[in-house]
Ligand binder design. Structure first.
Ligand SMILES: *Cc1c(COP(=O)(O)O)cnc(C)c1O
Length: 415
């Protein structure tokens, strides 16, 4: 069928409906490298504005680090721009294996396989290691890419209520007849910033003979005493069967992901995972940059320590200002507003004050849970956070929500 005017109209109608529902996503153009301060242009708005960035996944501030850029440049000089091949044909260089080995050492696993992204790692891992005699039991709030990966796999799916490990235990009992039980969770959940209780999850896995997969995209590089991830924080290094994670957040922020874990499982991915077999290899420039990132963060914990300090300071500032934040220890700090329109208006006003943060509402978070998600970075200095907190306070005053809790904000603005 051709792209008829009727078909065009029907797509346009669907797009109009998205806009009418207030769910239309518009890109903003950044005229600068990623950092604590960026220049942002709203396509529909006026000029380019310099703002403090409170919404990047640049947790360690390495996205534009001079040493990383320098290493990437050297990679470009010595290994070229691209490989024009998937890994298994003629796309694997010495540096790809070197990076896999470094990731293995950093994560405390047995082996690692690089993917074009963590989305791809999650898309490939399940069908590579499971079959129709198995079950995947996932937390109900896992990342979209894990859900997509599970969809591509023939194993049965089941879920447990978010972080409800009594519920997980029931599910494990229920599925004792399966060949493999795979428990699936995020390490740090991206919307609330809460951590999975991996110590108890590992105990349950041992008790009920199950494997554990953790997506640590929002943790690798900074959660845990030396930044290895949620498994380090929970004292279960070496006990997670499969870790998937991204190079696109704290670890340099370019792109790339991996599956890391038990040797045989990683090898199964090398043999079978379709995004590994059928998508192009990670570019040498990124591999070289990532090698430098791992060097930097293996040598010193300075950056993750600064991030932790910034997080503590930011949480204190917002709490003292009377804003309603989600408790926790991760550098994801949601400011709860409950009402979608309020979240959008609040974010727009913050931008006016030179603070860049995004309002999240349904369907990204549950209905009535609208918020502004702020994210800390080691690239922030105290003066950035002081200025951002002053703006949050000013706008909070404008909407008269300072000192109010959930009930009062909902009473005022509705859900
Ligand atoms: C960001 C994210 C991903 C996707 O990572 P990419 O490398 O950008 O594809 C996967 N899982 C989780 C939990 C994430 O937060």
């Amino acid at each position: 069928m051709s792209y008829s005017s009727a078909l065009r109209a029907s797509y346009q109608q669907e797009l109009d409906a998205i806009r009418a529902a207030g769910l239309f996503k518009e890109e903003r153009y950044i005229h600068a490298p990623q950092g604590a301060e960026i220049e942002v242009e709203f396509p529909s708005g006026a000029s380019v504005k310099k703002v403090i960035n409170m919404c990047a996944n640049n947790y360690l501030g390495l996205s534009s680090h001079p040493d990383v850029i320098d290493a990437a440049r050297k990679g470009l000089d010595h290994r070229g721009y691209g490989l024009s091949s998937v890994r298994f044909i003629c796309g694997t260089q010495d540096i790809h294996r070197e990076l896999e080995n470094k990731l293995t050492a950093f994560l405390g696993t047995e082996d690692t396989l690089l993917f074009p992204s963590c989305m791809d790692a999650n898309a490939g891992v399940f069908e590579a290691v499971l079959n129709d005699q198995d079950v995947m039991i996932s937390d109900r709030l896992v990342h979209a890419s894990l859900i997509d990966g599970m969809r591509l796999c023939k194993a049965m799916t089941d879920t447990y209520k978010h972080s409800d490990l009594a519920h997980l235990e029931e599910k494990l009992q229920e599925h004792q007849d399966k060949r493999v039980r795979l428990i699936i969770t995020d390490g740090v959940f991206s919307m609330d910033g809460d951590l999975a209780k991996l110590d108890t999850i590992v105990e349950l896995a041992e008790k009920y003979n199950a494997m554990v997969l953790v997506d640590d995209s929002h943790a690798s590089g900074f959660i845990g005493k030396t930044g290895r991830g949620t498994h380090e924080h929970c004292g279960v290094v070496g006990k997670i069967d499969i870790i998937t994670t991204t190079l696109g957040k704290a670890l340099g922020g370019a792109s790339g992901g991996c599956v890391s874990g038990r040797r045989e499982l990683v090898e199964m991915c090398r043999q079978r995972a379709r995004p590994y077999l059928f998508s192009n290899t990670v570019a040498p420039v990124i591999v070289s940059g990532a090698l430098k990132v791992l060097d930097l963060i293996s040598r010193t914990t300075e950056r993750r320590d600064k991030l932790e300090e910034n997080t503590r300071y930011w949480r204190k500032l917002l709490t003292e200002a009377g804003l309603d934040i989600k408790e926790g220890e991760s550098p994801i700090v949601p400011v709860m507003l409950y009402n979608a329109k309020l979240a959008q208006d609040f974010a727009r006003d913050l931008f006016g004050e030179g603070i860049y943060a995004i309002g999240f509402f349904h369907p990204v978070v549950p209905k009535g849970q609208a918020r502004i998600r702020t994210q800390l970075s080691a690239a922030h200095d105290k003066h950035h956070l002081d200025k951002a907190a002053a703006a949050f306070t000013k706008i909070g005053k404008k909407y008269e929500i300072l000192g109010l809790g959930k009930k009062e904000i909902i009473a005022k603005y509705g859900q």
